[in-house]
Design a protein around this ligand. Structure first.
Ligand code: HEM
Length: 415
């Protein structure tokens, strides 16, 4: 989640007053684990300067990161409760701008819509999407390489969202543009971003009207049904909730698919064993999420009071980054953490979906998509190798949300 919480918009501390380490720059995006391991083992609660010039505290040990996610003194709203009576567009204020109890009031409307059982009902259509995209990739490549992010990960994650939202075919192309734009605002003008938000707002409100009149089994209908039964949220809050599900559900999954394939390219033995026994893929998905994740940190929190982790007290008012990636490789939690073990017993304890009140509500859909994607890719191609040296892969995005610029792969072996 790369949204800055409200209170983090405070002006940066004057540069130069205190020299703080700056470990989260461009090199961090390609290999976050090395930087984070060093911090975790030498100074597990470390004050740093972020690339935006703000100071923040990094929390890196698994036990502390878990405690941090559950600590109500680490706030996403920064103590400012958005006024429900102010009219807002979808996405102006989202779930990650609230703390309980307002957060709970809104979020509970989404929970029943996204259970594993509800997501499983869409499985067949998601599998069909994967097969069709791989058919198209094969037809386009001849015997050459495939750009997996463009040909598969992005369109697959988008189509999966369209399936669970039951977006009408004729609306999908128009919806893709603002979703993709808001997922990667790099180089986009403020006007283009504004336009993207307005289009998402229009789409979501249109779907709310359509589904109020003609409910189905989709996410929008389920959220509306919960709202009808429980109330407790304004129309703007419901629109924002739905828009956030669309947006937060897209690029994290795209990147998680790419990062899982990168891990398997670097571990041919694991790749082959999962191809031979695809029934092990659902469990391996959690190990792949432990191994690497697009979000090395949870959303930035603000300490509302002094908060102690071990010997270190984070002062009230500080920005706090809970390092999911450092915790996922903490040997105190996962034995031999630098081995990719698809059968690891502790894999499910990874923190890549967070923990506590803001735990990712889309985790069941993300796990389903990853399982379907990896099963389809491994099943389709008897061997998969990187089409460029792995250290030439380009990483972009930012330290809160890493993004693979491209992933050229070469399918090989008998077809
Ligand atoms: C592999 C893919 C995904 C990863 C790694 C991921 C990761 C995360 C994490 C770490 C958080 C918690 C942030 C925090 O507490 O600081 C989160 C929250 C969230 N995620 Fe996901 N996510 C993924 C997929 C999805 C999908 C598919 C959806 C929607 C269908 C989604 C919707 C959300 C929303 C709405 C929140 C905010 C929840 C709240 O604040 O209560 N995510 N996600």
């Amino acid at each position: 989640m790369d949204t800055e919480p409200v209170a983090m918009a405070a002006p940066p501390a004057p540069a130069g007053r205190q020299r703080l380490p700056e470990p989260l720059g461009a090199a961090f995006l390609a290999r976050p684990e090395e930087t984070l391991a060093e911090i975790r083992e030498t100074c597990p609660v470390a004050r740093v300067r972020t690339p935006a010039g703000r100071s923040a505290w990094l929390v890196t040990r698994a036990e502390d990161v878990r405690a941090g996610f559950l600590d109500p003194r680490l706030s996403l709203s920064g103590g400012r409760v958005p006024d429900p009576d102010v009219r807002r567009r979808a996405l102006d204020v989202t779930l990650v701008n609230y703390d309980p109890p307002d957060h709970t009031r809104i979020r509970r409307l989404a929970t029943p819509a996204l259970t594993p059982a509800r997501m499983a009902a869409h499985r067949e259509r998601i599998e069909r999407a994967a097969d069709e995209l791989l058919d198209a990739a094969d037809a386009a490549r001849g015997r050459g390489p495939v750009e997996l992010m463009d040909a598969f990960a992005r369109p697959f994650a988008f189509r999966s969202l369209c399936e669970v939202f039951e977006v009408r075919e004729e609306e999908r192309d128009a919806l893709y543009e603002p979703v993709a734009l808001l997922a990667d605002k790099n180089g986009r003008s403020a006007r283009a971003v504004e336009d993207g938000v307005a289009r998402i707002d229009g789409f979501v409100r249109g779907e709310m009207a359509r589904r109020a009149a003609d409910p189905g089994e989709d996410v929008v209908s389920r959220v509306l049904a919960a709202w009808h039964d429980q109330g407790g949220a304004t129309e703007d809050e419901v629109a924002s909730l739905l828009a956030m599900l669309l947006l937060a559900g897209f690029d994290s999954t795209v990147q998680a698919i790419g990062m899982s394939v990168v891990a398997l390219l670097g571990h041919g033995d694991v790749q082959d064993s999962l191809r031979d026994e695809p029934s092990r893929i659902p469990r391996a998905v959690d190990e792949l999420l432990r191994w690497d994740t697009p979000g090395p940190f949870g959303t930035k929190r603000v300490a509302l009071e002094d908060v102690r982790f071990g010997d270190t007290v984070i002062p009230a008012g500080s920005g706090v980054l809970l390092s999911v990636a450092a915790a996922n490789h903490d040997p105190r939690c996962h034995a031999d953490p630098e081995t990719l073990d698809p059968d690891r017993a502790t894999a499910g304890r990874h923190l890549s979906f967070g923990l506590g009140p803001h735990y990712c509500p889309g985790s069941a859909l993300a796990r389903l998509e990853l399982t379907v994607a990896l099963t389809a890719v491994l099943g389709r191609w008897p061997g998969l190798k990187p089409a460029v040296p792995m250290d030439e892969l380009t990483w972009g995005g930012g330290y809160l949300h890493r993004r693979l610029a491209g992933l050229p792969v070469q399918p090989c072996g008998p077809a």
